[in-house]
Design a protein around this ligand. Structure first.
Ligand SMILES: [Fe+2]
Length: 307
């Protein structure tokens, strides 16, 4: 087994396929902004509008660990959180911190920060006309969606393990497979609770449309998480998901990842995904077999109603 040095940026094999992102002038190779942006009153107000709207929607839908995190971090005190205050609390609980970055950052830099318990967050907030949807993750998605759960020790360990797993994915040149795991857990994961399914994925938590859809719509599949299967499953980045994967607990999520070296997966998968995003397998533990009506009607681009 290779021993990696997670304290330095991973070396990029010359053949590795990465998104071609251009680093803004003045930033070092860790892509970190020197400080958090000073937001204007109007921008804080945008946060407040989004925050209140999501809180109303997420009542009875988000997992309790998310609400616990919001409370612990005082995110209900109004305005975009000051990272200095957030980090003081977050570091004392799980050792994590949130750090500002200008835009989407390259995968290897993202892995490096996660492996060192730093969560990179967009140093900007969407404009009012983008209130319902923004392609690039902004501070609302990154901080409201991702940071509260970093107060949960098991989830925080999973995120760190995920970052460390990036080194191996780079060695095998199979970043897409590892990205699929992030997508279906950290961004779009659901979790079982005694009161039924709840949301923990940040992509859902920060979306007014996907929060009810993920739990209540008849179109999508809801399937119990199997890490091997999910790493072979395609995903859509620009529409509501066709499948959601469910965990029993964050401990289960951490164990499924930590106990898997992933080598056999990377050695045995091809360059493309094996399963479509709508696939149901004989081996799946299914909570709901989705009708896929929304996707079959053409999804967002054809104005289909999310049912
Ligand atoms: Fe995200």
């Amino acid at each position: 087994m290779t021993n990696y040095d997670y304290s330095k940026l991973p070396e990029l094999p010359t053949s590795v396929f990465l998104a071609n992102l251009k680093r803004p002038a003045g930033l070092k190779d860790d892509w970190l902004e020197p400080k958090q942006r000073e937001y204007k009153a109007k921008e804080h107000k945008t946060w407040d509008i989004l925050f209140q709207r999501q809180l109303d929607i997420l009542k009875g839908r988000a997992c309790e660990q998310f609400f616990d995190g919001l409370k612990l971090l005082n995110f209900d005190s109004g305005g975009i959180p000051d990272f200095k205050k957030t980090n003081k609390i977050l570091k004392s609980i799980t050792g994590w911190s949130v750090v500002p970055v200008p835009m989407l950052i390259p995968d290897h830099v993202f892995f490096y920060h996660l492996a060192n318990k730093r969560f990179p967050a967009g140093n900007f907030i969407r404009k009012r006309e983008q209130i319902d949807y923004i392609e690039e993750p902004d501070v609302f998605h990154d901080v409201f969606g991702h940071v509260p759960l970093l107060t949960n020790p098991s989830f925080a360990r999973y995120m760190e393990a995920y970052g460390r797993a990036g080194w191996k994915a780079l060695d095998y040149n199979h970043l897409k497979a590892l990205s699929a795991l992030y997508w279906y857990t950290v961004e779009f994961g659901l979790i079982n609770s005694i009161d039924g399914l709840r949301i923990y994925g940040a992509g859902i938590l920060s979306s007014a449309e996907e929060s009810p859809y993920s739990l209540e719509a008849k179109s999508p599949n809801r399937i119990h998480l199997n890490v091997d299967r999910v790493m072979r499953t395609d995903y859509k980045i620009d529409d509501l998901q066709q499948s959601y994967f469910v965990i029993d607990s964050f401990e289960e999520l951490f164990k499924q990842t930590e106990e898997r070296p992933f080598d056999d997966i990377y050695q045995n998968i091809g360059a493309s995904f094996q399963y479509a995003s709508s696939a149901i397998l004989d081996t799946d533990h299914i909570y709901q077999r989705g009708s896929q009506e929304y996707a079959l009607r053409g999804g967002h681009t054809s104005g289909a109603i999310p049912v």
